[in-house]
Design a protein around this ligand. Structure first.
Ligand code: GRG
Length: 291
């Protein structure tokens, strides 16, 4: 069921991005950009946005640009993450990483172009949100992506290699590196649903927690998952001396931590009743996933 939903949503976002890019002036970077963002990846962040939209009865038309923008930022981070100066990985989503296929310079430029494309897609005048909402969403995405979010988290991730770090330092790093984009997904839905400042803050925190849960499973999959199913190399974290909750706590405690975190997330969704059914299913998948 969840697999079908993920495939359906991924196709929707891919179609949007293909159309959007085809309508732009063509450039040499379109090919590596499409390679990095289209036909690959679970597009789980988009699914979270669409699921959360159901809680507040939001139409997909209001959410699709946000989904596409998030996938641009996410794919950009993966393209840069694979570079030799970062995690130096040659396989991503079951195919050669973007820099292997197109060269390092083109991968850096295609990644950077996906970053700016995200903001273009949100601020597009054809996108039917009002300017105040777009402004708030742009600001939230910038905050989640830069040094206060993904980029800052990645810097910590690299600096923490082969160092002994405390649990709270690792949680802070992972909430930035992975959590902040999920934080943005939920926050943006709150903006479009015209929620209060307090409600948007709660949604953001929920996003941080979902992101942390996602990263915890990612760490488990690195240790025990299948390279074939994941489409990327496994068993890298130990080799690189990565600071993860799994490495620090050990399997048993980390698993317990993940289950407790999942329960906390689900408890928060209970108040929405049946409308949260899709999001709850996706959260269950996040912990059980094999890919
Ligand atoms: C994006 C502003 C910005 C900077 C780049 C390189 C970098 C800084 C950040 C890397 C962040 C990173 C790789 C975090 C890991 C997040 C994660 C668990 C990725 C895997 O996500 P999936 O499983 O991947 O959703 P698919 O392939 O399914 O899309």
């Amino acid at each position: 069921m969840i697999r079908r939903k993920l495939i359906k949503n991924a196709k929707k976002i891919d179609r949007f991005l293909i159309k959007y890019l085809n309508n732009q002036n063509q450039s040499l970077l379109i090919k590596p950009m499409k390679y990095g963002v289209i036909s690959g990846g679970k597009k789980i962040r988009s699914t979270i946005i669409l699921d959360a939209g159901k809680i507040f009865n939001l139409s997909e038309k209001k959410l699709i640009n946000i989904c596409a923008a998030v996938e641009c930022i996410h794919s950009y981070s993966l393209i840069h993450d694979d570079l030799p100066c970062m995690d130096n990985d040659t396989i991503r989503r079951g195919k050669p990483s973007t820099h292997i296929k197109f060269g390092e310079a083109s991968a850096v430029l295609a990644g950077s172009s996906l970053l700016t494309l995200a903001f273009e897609i949100i601020s597009d005048k054809k996108y039917l949100l009002n300017s105040k909402m777009k402004n708030e969403i742009v600001r939230s995405l910038a905050y989640s992506s830069g040094h206060t979010g993904i980029a800052g988290g990645q810097e910590l991730d690299l600096k923490f290699e082969n160092k002994k770090k405390k649990i709270n330092q690792i949680i802070d790093m992972q909430k930035k590196k992975t959590g902040k984009l999920f934080n943005f997904c939920l926050n943006a839905v709150g903006v479009i649903a015209k929620k209060t400042v307090k409600e948007k803050k709660s949604l953001s925190i929920l996003g941080d927690e979902i992101g942390l849960l996602f990263q915890l499973t990612d760490d488990f999959l690195d240790k025990k998952g299948s390279k074939k199913l994941l489409g990327k190399p496994v068993k890298k974290d130990n080799k690189k001396g990565k600071s993860t909750l799994l490495n620090l706590m050990g399997e048993k405690k980390a698993h317990l931590y993940a289950i407790t975190l999942k329960k906390k997330i689900l408890r928060k969704l209970e108040k929405h009743g049946k409308k949260a059914k899709e999001l709850i299913n996706t959260i269950e998948f996040i912990l059980e996933r094999q890919f």
